[in-house]
Design a protein around this ligand. Structure first.
Ligand code: BG6
Length: 449
């Protein structure tokens, strides 16, 4: 990859930190949501809040050039007021990373709305736009000089399309797309503010983007793929990059009665706060046919159907992870190319990885060849995408260390670093380097070679 390529790794606050009610932190929707049976909650997570120095040492040993993490809104503004102890935690983490030569990449909001905001109606309430702006302004003020890349909102499209699974919203499509609209306005407002203040860093969205294949060469399947992509992918990036709604996505939303109410003033705001670069999370592609009635199993990577437009189907050419997500490295190259040919903005990959049930051996090893294979194939395709001409800033796989999955517990592990705990017992929370740790270290040392 090109010089200064940011080989990194990612996490999010509620999935690693723990200390859910310490040092002035208020609850977020993730702390109070119903947890699927048999999986852990997020109260201790992997205790990164108390062990961040040890973790950063390991990141340094791994050779990370960048670490992408999120800030917990309910830790720094638990009830609308600043919690200086929360700020102090992130200041210490950021300074520790910088002192070890690791660039801090920050996501402002990753699925963990504070409960005090949720109680006032959450994103359905327009006042949340103001609350979010206050929160972002605080972060920019305190950390604006230290962060080279900011992401506004993680996977806003997943919140809109699969919010009930990840614990962010259980509302109807109509209500969710109104919430979504308010998030888009909030994103544009803070982006505009960030630019006006002339901070040195760059700011962008972080949706989960997946190219969509038609199930067959039937023209109606082609159109189905086109419409799913408009709704799942381009709606979010068109607003972030061009400042306007994608007209196909808008037509779909109107047809199913889920188009949000938007004002002239909103339109002007969207146009005035467009992004500097695009961050994306990629796990796999989608495959769809023309719509037929079918029960949908929804999560971030499973598909879904919209009557009259499209229906997700299985892609028989793709193997599945042990948690049932398709594996499609070539689709990664295709997705990167699709994004770049539409928007011509640099792309930062903020998530990509495989969830698996790792085993810690008696001598403290984790032989995760499946993770090495998965990442290696994706890196190869990313390098081909770069040769195709896509401008890529960095690659931050999910995840730097084991963390609690959004809805499948700690046993669905993603990290380069194993954390010794189970769903039901915290054990000693000790850190162990997986085989993938040593492999990724070499990848970084050789710049991908
Ligand atoms: C993305 C999220 O959807 O995928 C992460 O941004 C999440 O928060 C990751 O952990 C993997 O999903 P899951 O459900 O396996 O944890």
């Amino acid at each position: 990859m090109k010089e200064n390529f940011l080989w990194g790794a990612s996490t999010s606050a509620y999935q690693v930190e723990g200390a859910w009610n310490e040092a002035g932190k208020g609850p977020s929707v993730q702390d109070v949501k119903e947890i699927p049976e048999g999986t852990t909650d997020f109260k201790v997570a992997v205790d990164h809040y108390h062990r961040f120095k040890e973790d950063v040492q390991l990141f340094k040993e791994l050779g990370l050039k960048a670490y992408r993490f999120s800030i917990s809104w309910s830790r720094v503004m638990p009830n609308g007021q600043v919690n200086e102890q929360g700020i102090a935690f992130y200041e210490a983490l950021i300074d520790e990373l910088i002192s070890q030569g690791i660039k801090p990449i920050v996501t402002v909001f990753h699925f963990d709305l504070p409960v005090y905001v949720e109680k006032k109606g959450g994103w359905e309430n327009r006042e949340t736009i103001t609350e979010f702006s206050k929160y972002c302004q605080l972060l920019f003020e305190r950390f604006g000089e230290k962060i080279p890349y900011w992401q506004t909102i993680n996977e806003q499209n997943v919140m809109a399309l699969a919010g009930s699974v990840i614990g962010t919203s259980k509302k109807s499509m109509k209500e969710k797309f109104q919430e979504n609209h308010h998030m888009l306005v909030a994103q544009a407002l803070v982006t505009k503010y960030f630019h006006e203040q002339d901070y040195a860093g760059k700011i962008g969205p972080a949706p989960n983007i997946a190219s969509v294949y038609p199930a067959t060469d039937k023209p109606e399947d082609q159109l189905a793929a086109f419409y799913m992509s408009a709704l799942r992918n381009w709606l979010f990036l068109d607003v972030a990059v061009y400042g306007t709604y994608n007209h196909n996505a808008w037509h779909l939303l109107e047809t199913i009665g889920a188009a949000p109410k938007i004002t002239k003033e909103d339109q002007a705001i969207l146009a005035s706060g467009t992004c500097d670069y695009i961050a994306i999370n990629y796990y796999n592609t989608m495959t769809v046919s023309a719509y037929y009635e079918k029960e949908n199993k929804i999560d971030q990577q499973s598909g879904f159907g919209i009557p009259g437009f499209f229906q997700s189907v299985e892609n028989k050419h793709l193997p599945l992870t042990e948690f049932g997500w398709p594996i499609d490295p070539k689709g990664f190259r295709f997705t990167l190319n699709e994004i770049y040919s539409r928007y011509r903005l640099p792309v930062l990959i903020t998530e990509n990885g495989i969830g698996a049930k790792d085993t810690l051996t008696i001598d403290g090893k984790i032989h995760d060849k499946y993770r090495i294979d998965y990442l290696q194939e994706h890196i190869k395709q990313m390098e081909l995408a770069e040769k195709d001409g896509v401008e890529i800033i960095g690659y931050c796989p999910w995840s730097a260390l084991d963390l609690i999955s959004t809805h499948e517990g700690i046993e669905k592990r993603y990290g380069f670093i194993y954390v010794n705990r189970t769903e039901t017992s915290l054990l000693d929370l000790a850190r162990y380097k997986k085989d993938s740790f040593y492999w990724y270290k070499k990848i970084i040392e050789t710049n991908g070679l």
